[in-house]
Design a protein. Structure first.
Length: 143
């Protein structure tokens, strides 16, 4: 089912677009910031960072494990990245896009756009998770 329910989050981070772009495709770095809430552990990350390459990760919260996978739909190095985001908690048309815009020498605006939610509750749950993830990213990439 395709819906128009989506969210957009903007954040300014003290890091270069190159650093931030790489963070989203390097498993070791992803493991450090892809935590939507405290107590989340990210394991079993695999990436094939290229246009139409695939990725997968396992998000563990307590006894629950949430498998997430998808495919890179846009891969414009250091500027834009888009990928399907398939998990038990979103619709089958879920797509995340990231735009990295330099503001100064070591400051970048990230715009995260997530579309394809089946309902408002899905969107609201992901809004908090994505905000936490972007805050974690800002913390680990501080230059």
């Amino acid at each position: 089912m395709t819906t128009n329910i989506q969210l957009t989050i903007k954040k300014i981070v003290k890091a270069s677009p190159e650093t931030l772009f790489k963070a989203w495709i390097e498993p070791e770095t992803m493991q450090k910031f892809m935590c939507p809430m405290p107590g989340t552990e990210i394991t079993d990350i695999k990436t094939d960072p290229r246009y139409h390459g695939k990725y997968s990760l396992l998000m563990s919260v307590g006894e629950n494990s949430i498998p997430i996978h998808g495919q890179y739909r846009e891969f414009n190095e250091f500027e834009q990245l888009a990928f399907t985001w398939l998990s038990p908690h979103v619709g089958e048309d879920s797509l995340v896009s990231l735009r990295f815009t330099p503001i100064s020498t070591n400051e970048t605006e990230i715009i995260l756009h997530h579309q394809g939610f089946d309902n408002e509750e899905e969107r609201n749950n992901h809004d908090g998770g994505w905000n936490n993830i972007l805050n974690n990213l800002a913390t680990i990439t501080k230059g």
